[in-house]
Design a protein around this ligand. Structure first.
Ligand SMILES: C[S@@+](CC[C@H](N)C(=O)[O-])C[C@H]1O[C@@H](n2cnc3c(N)ncnc32)[C@H](O)[C@@H]1O
Length: 235
């Protein structure tokens, strides 16, 4: 298929504009399915190579919002070793990797997503791939009194999470990602790790300050091309 696509590339210039978009969609879908299958076929304990992760990101095709490769690398390493359940805030290509790598070990992921159309797209891909260890929850944002955050189904969630992938809600949300701690902090196990993406944005810096003021969290910043993420350990 790849060599066929390479041979067809010069012809694409001659193609009517109206056909180029749909064709790009077909190629992306194929790239996504191939990357998912290759990752699923890796032996236990083996992580996808950076080119394979990049193929997955491109196949997913939401590059403006998808997590950066360095963040995904950290996520994969932790997802393939964490002893217990994972909480994810903000779904996307990261959710697929959690389903593939943690799910292979029987570790459950609970994902909170507030956008119905985004939730449907991620759920559809999880279902097609048979990634049954991810509970992708549609959790609209609501006012929690001074800040907005997801409305998680608290009674259904595991008693304690070991790892949090914190890449939502979007920065425009009042309070940003702050709500994780007051709403679900008591569900994080002592020593649990939070991977906070976009940690160098002013909104996330404020969130870090507020979290640190409320609990003695250990914060390590990781600067990467185009931004930073934080590795936070709950006391
Ligand atoms: C930074 S994104 C999460 C990305 C995800 N962790 C990933 O690696 O693909 C945070 C939230 O932005 C929203 N979002 C994702 N793509 C979007 C788009 N193209 N336009 C608007 N909002 C989007 C979704 O609600 C998502 O949960």
């Amino acid at each position: 298929m790849e060599s066929l696509l390479n041979r067809l590339r010069p012809l694409a210039r001659l193609m009517p504009e109206g056909l180029k978009g749909p064709l790009r969609g077909v190629v992306r879908d194929w790239q996504l399915r191939r990357a998912l299958e290759r990752i699923a076929a890796l032996p236990p304990g083996h992580l996808p190579t950076p080119p394979l992760v990049e193929e997955l990101r491109r196949g997913w095709g939401n590059l403006g919002y998808a997590a950066r490769p360095e963040y995904l690398q950290e996520l994969m390493e932790r997802a393939s070793t964490t002893p217990g359940p994972i909480l994810e805030c903000g779904s996307g290509v990261s959710t697929l990797l959690l389903g593939l790598l943690a799910g292979k070990r029987g570790v459950e992921t609970w994902t909170l997503e507030h956008l119905p159309q985004w939730h449907a797209r991620v759920s559809g891909t999880l279902e097609r791939q048979g990634l049954r260890h991810v509970h992708n929850v549609l959790a609209p944002l609501r006012d929690h009194g001074g800040y907005s955050w997801y409305s998680p189904p608290v009674e259904r969630l595991p008693a304690s999470f070991q790892l949090v992938i914190c890449d939502g809600p979007p920065g425009t949300t009042p309070g940003g990602r702050y709500g994780l701690w007051p709403v679900l902090g008591e569900r994080l196990a002592p020593g649990a790790v939070i991977l906070l993406d976009d940690a160098d944005r002013p909104g996330e810096e404020e969130v870090l300050q507020r979290w640190r003021a409320e609990a003695a969290m250990r914060v390590e910043m990781r600067h990467v091309p185009g931004g930073a993420y934080a590795v936070i350990t709950r006391p």
